[in-house]
Design a protein around this ligand. Structure first.
Ligand SMILES: [Fe+2]
Ligand SMILES: [Fe+2]
Length: 274
């Protein structure tokens, strides 16, 4: 039921990059760096949650969903490794990942909760990342002026987020998770995720010395709050998750498929589930 491919990205991540790696634009750099800082911890949580969810299912269901989970785990494990390298450069530039510390504390405080809660939180985050990912593929100008290798990193990750958008959701459904908790967790995750990324972006801008520059906030306005901006422009797709009959596959993943086809010289497949 799946064709999730695990890909090894053929880009150089040993060469350092400057603080304003995203086209010299302070806000776009600080914001995407903050997103990157959330990935290694978050993606490990998704892997653990989905695996734990799978284990609770009857054997026949486990067998049906295992290949999908295997592909999902392979993709997220690759993302967290690559973003770990990316974040290593940020660390050398003096950036502190406060987001990871705060989110880690929250995760430990909630670790005792039912597995369905963790899978619901994962499905919710995966919807946010899939919506943002499709937006990135529609708006390559968000990475305008960044080195091609870094553009490839972000668009490859976007394409795979769009590709595996349904995995956690399908596990949640198979576990018999309720609609009420699915939507409740989605609201909670949206608020905490946006708050975490906003705080880390501000911290990054402070470190970069550009927090109080008008140019910084003009760029923020364009990126996030323009009519087709990353936040304002995605309101409808974000909200769709709360509909009772929602399924992630209802949203179009065509751009991701196209990007992966057009850039297959940038990676090698290392495994294919099923
Ligand atoms: Fe990912
Ligand atoms: Fe993901």
């Amino acid at each position: 039921m799946t064709d999730l491919v695990v890909r090894r990205l053929l880009i150089d991540l040993n060469t350092p990059f400057p603080s304003r790696w995203n086209g010299g634009d302070a806000f776009r750099s600080a914001y995407f760096s903050a997103l990157s800082m959330s990935f290694p911890l978050g993606e490990q949580y998704f892997i653990d949650s989905v695996r734990a969810g799978l284990e609770t299912l009857p054997v026949a269901e486990q067998q049906r969903l295992a290949p999908e989970v295997q592909g999902f785990v392979g993709q997220e494990a690759t993302h967290r490794r690559i973003h770990g390298l990316f974040n290593g450069h940020l660390e050398k530039l003096g950036y502190r990942n406060e987001l990871e510390r705060r989110a880690g504390k929250r995760m430990r405080a909630n670790a005792h909760r039912d597995v369905r809660i963790h899978v619901a939180a994962t499905a919710a985050t995966e919807h946010l990342t899939a919506v943002f990912a499709d937006w990135m593929l529609r708006h390559p100008e968000a990475l305008e002026g960044a080195e091609p290798r870094l553009q490839t990193l972000w668009l490859w990750h976007s394409a795979e987020e769009s590709e595996h958008r349904s995995t956690a959701f399908d596990i949640y459904r198979a576990m018999g998770g309720s609609e009420e908790w699915r939507v409740r967790l989605f609201r909670y995750i949206t608020i905490t995720f946006l708050a975490d990324v906003t705080r880390q972006t501000i911290r990054n801008l402070w470190h970069d010395g550009s927090l109080f520059s008008l140019r910084t906030w003009r760029s923020a306005g364009r990126l996030l709050f323009a009519r087709d901006g990353m936040l304002r422009g995605n309101y409808g797709l974000w909200r769709a998750y709360m509909a009772p009959n929602f399924h992630p596959r209802q949203q179009d993943a065509g751009l991701a498929e196209q990007w992966l086809q057009d850039h297959n010289d940038q990676f090698t497949p290392v495994g294919q589930a099923a």
